[in-house]
Structure formats: structure tokens, C-alpha cells
Design a protein around this ligand. Sequence first.
Ligand code: SAM
Length: 386
Amino acid sequence: MKNFRLIAKTATGLEQVLADEIREIGGKNISIGNRAVYYEGDLKMIYKSNYFLRTALRVLKEIEIFRFKDVDQFYLKCKAIDWNKYFDVERSFVIHSTVGKSREFSNSMFASLKAKDAIADYFREKVGKRPNVDTVNPDFVIDLHVHGNSCTVSLDSSGESLHKRGYRINQGEAPLNEVLAAGMLKLANWNGESDFLDPMCGSGTLPIEAAMIAYNIPAGKFRKNYAFENWYDYDQLLFEKVKESNQKVEFNYQIYASDISGSNLLNAKTNARRALVFNKINFLVSDFRDLKIEIQNSLIMINPPYGERLKEKELSNLYAMIGERLKHKFSGNVAWILSSSMESFKYVGLKPENRIDLFNGSLRCKYNKYRLFKGKRNIQLQKKGN
Ligand SMILES: C[S@@+](CC[C@H](N)C(=O)[O-])C[C@H]1O[C@@H](n2cnc3c(N)ncnc32)[C@H](O)[C@@H]1O
């Protein structure tokens, strides 16, 4: 099968874990970019990427790279692409552009507009009609990446962002993006070889993604459609084979999801039911302060409130309580905390072994790892400021 140049897009900080995932499914010539991983693969790889990659937001197939000296030449080079090879006037399309360091294009809207005109004129000249633009539910998604005077044109094989796995209906407050949650689990080396606890689980994104990884349930299992299903070369049989190639695995540990809010926990249960992992997660309404779960050599992941709704004092008390509980109740485990509140981290009172920069939406966050030693080691380290 023919090999293509592929681009998987992701969130800041998840590039390496995405590259690892791509290697695992057989991607070739992998290199890491900014919020993107470049690699090569055939049609089957495009299907596998969309169906299996947990930390990709979308997967693009490169069709053209060109240089241009001004906007007119950009238009002409867009018009010179043989669009008829990919879609026709009966299908709707949309263009997503990103523009960086360009003197010709001050914004991405302008680049999209010029490319749209070029495509419309291409079809008008060829068949006397032009395809419609549909920004909501397009059949065909074109991706333009303009950097300086160079433009990469790709076909978006995913369509809707891949974080829309298809299992979430109930949001709760401030839910994590599924791709970020999966990335946090991968960064923590979660592979289903211990117990897992999220004591502030909200709508359940972390425990659901943890269960999907532990049981090897594909990221795309519940998703209804992908843009590549509208492509001329769509091979349904091949996609079915890709889906069938997945093998479920045994998981012999426990996943715990708890939250102080009964209604948030209800959301988590509903979402877990839709992801077919309801029976694989132990749900519990509890203040973390009083949580009675016993785990050892396991993984704890916390995405506490950041303070949009809480007063400063409440927030410092909450983070101090988290640190105290981790130290005294959950020693012998590893904990990771994601928060945008740098001030609040200080109240945890533990020395992080690792700090990773991530974004939760537009919020810059730290994702800190704490190894919870038994005894006084954490406290001593913190006092010495090591
Ligand atoms: C930022 S949200 C978590 C969102 C979650 N990761 C998701 O994807 O939906 C923080 C959660 O912490 C919970 N929470 C706040 N204080 C708590 C406490 N003392 N004990 C347990 N849960 C608490 C809130 O009810 C809320 O659901």
C-alpha cells in the first residue's frame, strides 16, 4: 500500500507520549514537532491512528507542500492542486488554517478565505459549479499550515476532534479533555499494573480513560464517524479489520473513583456506563479527607479545583488537606496533581519528583509527581528545600 506523510496533532506536553503511541501501532520515520508528531504510514495506518491513538487530537494526511512569494501566488498554488482527486461539487468542505510568522497573512481567516476562493474557482472552471462550505458538518476537511512563506496542505482524516470519544454526555464542572486525561496517564506510565485512584474524579474522565487503557479498549470504540469515511479511497473492509485486530486484556487490579459531590459522581457513573467500564470502576461519594480506600504501590491522580469558584483561604486549606492525606494516609504510592494554581501547590507541602508543563484548555498548568515515601523523607526534603 502507498505510504503517506502523516501529521498527528496533540496538546502541549504530550508530543513524546503521542510519538510512543505512534511507534507502538507501527508508524515509521517518526519525528516530534510543536503540538504535532510527523510520521509515515499507509491507509491502514490512517485508520489505526484514528481508532487507537489516545493522545492525538486529529490525524492529517499531507497532500502538498509549496512555497509562495505573495497572496496571489498562494491562491494560484492552491488552485493548481487537483482537488477533483479528493472530492467533488456534491460534497461540502471546510478549511482549517494555522498561520505562523507570515508577512503575507496577518491571520488564519484570511488564508482560509484565499484557499476557499481557489478551490471554488478550480471547480467552477472545471465543472461549472462549486462545492458548498459547511462549517458545522462538512463532508471534507482541509487543513492548511502556513509558516513564513511555506504552506502545507493536508486532508483531515478525523473530522471532529478525537477527544470526542463518544462516551461523554454528562460534563460536570470543569471536565478534563479526554486527550489530556489519557496523556496524563501515559506521562505517569499507567499501564494497568497497579490499583488506580482519582479521589476528586468529577465527571470521571481520568478513571474512565485509565480503565480504557487497562482493558485495552480502543480510544475510538464509541465514536460514530471519522472524516476518512467520506474519502474516495475509503476501504470499509480494511477499517473493519483494523477494529477487529484489537484484543482486550485482563486487568487484575482495582480502579477507584470518588468525589465529594454526589451529583458529579452520578455524571461519572453515567459516562462510565456509556464507555462500558461502569463495572470496572469502584465509585464512592466521599470527601478526600475521610476517604477509607487502602492502596499500596499504586497510582493516585488528582485534578483538584483551581480556584475559579473557591476563595484563596478555602483553596489553601484544600491543597494542604490533599498534601496531609497523601503523606499520612497514602504513603507507599505515587501521586500526580494537575493544577493551574501555582500558589496552591505550595500548600501541598511535598517535594515534587517531577514537574511537567501542560495546558488544560487555555490554562497553563503544572503536572507534579510526588513519590509518597513512608516515614519522614518527604517532610525532610521539603524543609531542606532540596
Ligand atoms: C476540577 S474538578 C475535577 C474534574 C475531573 N477531572 C473531570 O474530568 O471531570 C474537581 C473536583 O474535585 C471535587 N472536590 C472538591 N473538593 C473535594 C474534596 N474535599 N474531596 C473530594 N472531592 C472534592 C469537586 O466536586 C470536583 O468534582
